[in-house]
Design a protein. Sequence first.
Length: 339
Amino acid sequence: MGKLKRFLLIGCITIVILASLLALIGAYWSQRLVDTPLQVGEQPVLFEVASGMHAKSVLQKLEQQGIWAHSSELSYFASRLWANPERLQAGVYQLQQAQTLAQFWQQLATGRQHQFTVTLVEGQTLSQWLDLLRSHDYLKTSDVSAEELVQAIASDSDHVSLEGLLAPDTYHFFAATSVLEILRKAYVTQQERLHSVWQNRASDLPYTEPYELLIMASIIEKETGLSGERDVVSSVFVNRLRTGMRLQSDPTTIYGIKDFDGNLTRAHLRESTPFNTYRIDGLPPTPIAMPSLASLRAAAHPATTEYFYFVADGTGGHVFSRTLEEHNRAVNRYQRGIN
């Protein structure tokens, strides 16, 4: 019996040693695998983890996309090394060149998702912005009417349109963010900008409320893209408002033309619309685009000039005139090529 006991003891010890050795080898090998760089080229790769995915399914998806080639070897170790399903946060993650599986798993564990950006450009319209946002692959869209959109974004406003009420800027977001959330941020930002500019505006401006300044800023935005001209363009329209002249702004007229084809005609200028400032007095009823902070400031602080007219000079700038006679000469020279 003594020999049998010794034999059994030696056998048990041997089994424990072998099991421990195998475990160490397995741990070493699995660690080698997770420390191997993922197969990502010079360009980063976006990888989406759906809600409810567990470690094994993530590894399989990596293999299916050609990013990782060892899911079969790791399937056993996954449940022990990292696979706590609650720690795998759903979302879109960015994989970089030379990044290892271990580093990627740390991203999942901490929820460090890829942050997307979208730039909403000044001078564009609400319609253009909505087209851009709704075409983004990682933004959630919702079908709402124009009236519902105003209520969803600017419930504290009594305006019928969001035109002009949203701030041009670059916005950051994670996958599955709602378009409405981006628009709400843009609305709050524009309200803050408008409030600040209105509080610090020049005295004796022909505006009775911030919304009128916003409308003017949108016109300035469409009339010139040169930073050095904005306050001068503003002065032309302020001078006209003060003296009762019509604004006669082509961009306002164009805004009121349905399906405008790019060719502004005399017939368009004679057409009666709420935005045709060749036919109406004062400002149009709403902004005609999304104005930048620079245009808001120009509307609030016009230059002091005697200009009542301006015409494009063909280089992106404008020639400003005090009288109609001067203006006609500038039109002949810069628009008709007549010296």
